[in-house]
Structure formats: C-alpha cells, structure tokens
Design a protein around this ligand. Sequence first.
Ligand code: 13P
Length: 250
Amino acid sequence: MTRVPFVAGNWKMNTSKSAAIELARGVAAGAPASSVQVGVAPPFVYLDAVGQAIGGSSVLLGAQDCYFEKNGAFTGEISVEMLKDLGVKFCLTGHSERRHVLKESGELVGRKAAAVYGGGLTLIHCVGEKLEERDANQTLAVCQKQLDELSPSTMHDPDRLVIAYEPVWAIGTGRNATDAQAQEVHAFIRGAIARKWNKDFADRVRIQYGGSMKPENAAGLLARPDVDGGLIGGAALKADSFLAIVMAAR
Ligand code: 13P
C-alpha cells in the first residue's frame, strides 16, 4: 500500500504577520508539486495572508483548532465554515497543548473532530501519551482512548483522516521518539483503526509522527513502514529546516 506522505507545519502561537508571509512564501517556493503533501497551519489571524502567500502552489492551508458549532454566541471561537471561507483544507484536533494546557476534554476534542470531518476538511487528529503514562506502560491505552474520540460511522473517506502520533514528552523538548518507539505506536494505531473501521481503510490513513522531528532525525523516522509524514513544530518555523524534512519524506 503506497500512501502519499503528509508533512505539516504547526506554527503554534508564533510568527508575526510579515514573518508568516515570508515563511509561507519560502515553503511554497521549495515544496515539491507531487510525491509528498505539504501543509502549513499558521495562527488564525494570519490564515488569510498565508493563504494568499501560498496561492497557486501545492501547499495546503491548515488551522490549528476550531469550534464545533457552525455559528452563534461563542465569543472568541472560529467555526469550520469560517476556516473553509479562507481556503483552509485541514484542521488539527486534540493537540497535546489543547488537551493539557488549554484543558480540552476528550468529549470536546471528539466534537471538534466530528465538525472538521463533517465540514469536509481533512482532519489531523493528534494522540499521544505523557511521560508518566509511558513510564506506567499506558502508551497504547492512552492512544486507543484518544482514537476512540473518532466515530467510524460518520467518517468514510480514509484520505481525509490523518492521525498524528505526538508523544507529549517529545514535543518541544529536543527528545524525539526513537524510530522503533514511533513505529511500535504507529503500527498499534493502524491496527486500532483497522479494528474500528477495517483493514483497507486503515491501510490508507496517513499516520504522522510529531515531537522534535527535525532534518537530522526525519529520514530515520520516515523510513519506518507506518510513519507517513510528520507534524512539525519548532523546525517548521524556518523554511529551510521544514523543507529538509519534506524532502526526507519523498
Ligand atoms: P516540536 O516539533 O516543536 O516538538 O512540536 C511538535 C508539535 O507539537 C507539532 O504539532
């Protein structure tokens, strides 16, 4: 089964408007037209400008979060419809910073995931264990629970479902999962998806690795059979290092 790898940059709460446009232009200029899918997820307030900067290129525009309601009295929130209006093609849910810093519950994450997929966007659903959970041998159970936030009865297109395995202890720490640790969890995730959906579906779902992925470790991680790309934080804030990871995924 050949899956087109997907490498996405999660810019988190970084850049200024001018820096975002410059970074986006750099990524668009160097991104290959085929063989790997490339995406960038800037802060909400720069989506429009970044969308214009990558216009005409193969780079997909993404959002880091959304709210599940379509519109209404939800001060400060952004709907999937609003994202689509700006040309957004994919949206993250369940990022560890939203779960653990912003205290989003699994129930809220699940409603957001349903809204993203139901709205026609590609969903990147993030899962991953904290260090104490890994130490207590709960890694696979935590990932299973977070995968169970997704509903197979409403998600039928495997090309629009992406799972990002992001061990919390590897995010922003410089300490990435080893190739073998990543592969073990990715294989588990694919098996869990096969059990929830079916094997054909699971074989088509891309599973990204995220957590201190950088040009120096990307090739080894991406060479593993169930690692189908990356969700990149710090190394996505410079076009050169982000594109080096993109090239390693080809
Ligand atoms: P870092 O690449 O900075 O570790 O961040 C990973 C991440 O959280 C991407 O969503």
